[in-house]
Design a protein around this ligand. Structure first.
Ligand code: ADP
Ligand code: MG
Length: 614
């Protein structure tokens, strides 16, 4: 038999390596930013087009490369950062494998411009798919600029695998955050499609966190500081009352490198024990400095996991340091008059304010046709109670059609839904009553019906919202005073992405700029005080869903809003309200379950009841 093994040509080997190093535009951003930092840059500019699919460029003012180094930098295993195996244990740079540039050049059009301090002229190299197209001496400032264009142009399968621009941009921003947060002594600029997203001047750590996350971050931070033989800990945790529903604001940096550690995260959580509601996560920005020898760097270049020699000690130190800080800064309530009261409301969600009188603008009013407006008019003829504002929600976007959906569910003896509630019992007036402010009980022909009010309302709202988004615009109420909300850049991008859908369900945005949004109209079933909570929960849900990407943003939004807007257990309901939940529920396409598949009602037949009395 002839020999069959051969060495792969370099460009093939590079493409294979690229598969590991470069998963998406964000991976390129990470590698280029890290190279700029390793080159001792003091200011770094990141320019991205189409979420990095078209262009990712990083310009730094670091030490630059000589012509020979510039050429070598694209070779695999070409690195200036380690010379021998021992160096691996004293690593102070981000890179050391010498793989990133070679990998990136294998799968994109790359142009590199670089110049060292003392050179007269710089070097420009253009590489496409691992082959050098040109190399020239050029005039360029000290430092390096790497432009990566048309990522995966020669691997269509990978290019097609990329997600929407919104999703990829979020990954890019996450990567940018992870680098920029911890290098406060370097100035960063980031542009996307010509718009400046971040301008982060050199500053201290606290100021950097505030600049990155924006808004009212400053007042939320509690400093944490500890120094022992094995660990220097420095940074901030968020006050418990500002805990978030997502883990988006949790950052560990070990020797200035972002890492994830479930174990250390547990240490932080345990320090917050008893201070936070279930389902909320503390915010933290913690820098750990340890001896490089005590961590295992032999990890995959793109992974963020890490192995410490002595995790248990780190755990104990972190836990007690954070507890101590929280104790010092949090036990006594802080007098803070500037605080945004809206941020506190998740804990008093039930104590909603009464609806603010508002001007109704029915933009879709059509006297000849519009069923939405008909049902809305009806809603005003009811005796108003304190919670009318919420109550109106039951009518929004719902056709008052015959409950045809009922035909799909199995009610033993009911052949026609029309007759279902026209039982003899109903002739005596009241047909429903509320049990423990949680259930609506009614009779049906075959026996007894028990509806979970919160779940039923979720279903009703969900279908109404989906309908508003996909079919017709919903009605909106104008706010007396426009509401201004400030978001972090990441959250702001999410709101921008959802803007269209939010408008369909009744939000009116006056302005979206500089991380601020101004809202002048909201859906009729939402009170002004609820707006910020509902949006925050929506953002949290979208953020949480993003990693698997396999979802329809519209559906997710409808689910999230339905959940946060639905009347809760514990809410007393008038008979009219009960009846309308019942009717609206059975007018739904899928009345038996919530959007997240939980049972909305149960029935009990008279036979079953009979059995109980044997
Ligand atoms: P690594 O960072 O693991 O060494 P890379 O492929 O990322 O490998 O880079 C290869 C080499 O190119 C680096 O070791 C460094 O010497 C040089 N280099 C890359 N980017 C820059 C930059 N922005 N400024 C100066 N030198 C750079
Ligand atoms: Mg590198």
């Amino acid at each position: 038999m002839t020999d069959i093994i051969q060495l792969l040509p370099d460009h093939v080997a590079n493409q294979i390596a690229a598969g590991e190093v470069v998963q998406r535009p964000a991976s390129v951003v990470k590698e280029l930013l890290e190279n700029a930092i390793d080159a001792d840059a003091t200011s770094i500019k990141l320019i991205v087009k189409d979420a990095g699919k078209t262009l990712i460029q990083v310009i730094d003012d670091g030490k630059g490369m000589t012509t020979t180094d510039a050429r070598l930098s694209f070779e695999r295993h070409a690195t200036s950062k380690i010379k021998s195996a021992e160096d691996l244990f004293q690593l102070n740079t981000k890179g050391f494998r010498g793989e990133a540039l070679a990998s990136i050049a294998a799968i994109a059009h790359v142009s590199l411009k670089t110049k060292t301090e003392d050179a007269e002229l710089g070097t420009e190299i253009i590489i496409e798919g691992s082959s050098v197209k040109s190399q020239d001496a050029i005039v360029t400032p000290k430092g390096t600029s790497v432009a990566v264009k048309n990522l995966f142009y020669n691997i269509p399968a990978r290019r097609n695998f990329l997600k929407s621009d919104a999703v990829e941009l979020r990954h890019v921003i996450d990567e940018f955050h992870r680098v920029a947060l911890v290098h406060q002594d370097i100035g960063f600029l980031m542009y996307h499609n010509g718009n400046e997203l971040f301008n982060l001047p050199k500053s201290n750590y606290r100021q950097r966190i505030v600049n990155v996350l924006g808004g009212k971050t400053n007042e939320k931070l509690v400093p944490v500081e500890e120094e022992t033989e094995v660990l220097k800990l420095q940074g901030f945790v968020g006050k418990p009352q500002f805990a978030k529903k997502t883990k988006a604001e949790q950052f560990f940096f070990v020797n200035n490198r972002f890492i994830k550690s479930a174990y250390l995260n547990h240490a932080v959580n345990s320090a917050f024990e008893g201070l936070m509601k279930d389902g909320y996560h503390p915010t933290y920005f913690l820098k750990l400095t340890v001896d490089p020898k005590s961590i295992d760097i032999n990890i995959h270049p793109t992974k963020t996991e890490i192995k410490f020699d002595d995790e248990h000690t780190l755990y104990a130190i972190m836990r007690s340091a954070i507890k101590h800080s929280l104790g010092q800064f949090n036990v006594a309530p802080v007098l803070d008059f500037d605080r945004d009261a809206n941020l506190d409301t998740p804990y008093n969600y039930q104590d909603k304010r009464a609806a603010v009188p508002s001007i109704e603008v029915d933009r879709s009013f059509n006297p000849f046709k519009d069923e939405v407006s008909t049902s809305k008019k009806e809603s005003f003829s009811y005796h108003k109670k304190d919670n009318t504002a919420q109550w109106e929600s039951l009518y929004v976007g719902l056709d008052r059609q015959e409950p045809s959906g009922l035909k799909n569910i199995e009610f033993e003896s009911d052949s026609s839904t029309d007759s279902m509630f026209k039982d003899e019992d109903s002739k005596h007036g009241q047909t429903t009553f509320q049990l423990q402010k949680k259930y609506i009980v009614s009779t049906i022909k075959s026996g007894l019906l028990v509806i979970n009010q919160n779940r039923a309302h979720q279903r009703i709202l969900y279908e109404g919202l989906l309908k508003s988004i996909t079919v017709d615009e919903s009605v909106s109420q104008q706010l007396l005073f426009p509401l201004k909300l400030t978001y972090s850049t990441t959250d702001f991008e999410i709101v921008k992405q959802l803007k269209g859908d939010l408008e369909c369900i009744g939000f009116v945005f006056d302005e979206l700029s500089d991380n601020d949004i101004t809202i002048s109209g909201v859906p009729v079933n939402l009170t002004e005080g609820e707006v910020s909570i509902v949006l925050e929960e929506l953002i949290a849900d979208v953020q949480q869903e993003v990693p698997d990407d396999n979802f329809s943003i519209t559906d997710l939004m409808a689910k999230s809003l339905a959940k946060s807007m639905a009347i809760k257990s514990g809410q007393p309901l008038t008979v009219e309200e009960q009846e309308h939940i019942l009717n609206s529920l059975f007018a739904c396409k899928e009345p038996s379950v919530t959007p997240t598949n939980k049972v909305t009602f149960i029935t009990m037949s008279s036979e079953e009841l009979d059995k109980k009395f044997v």
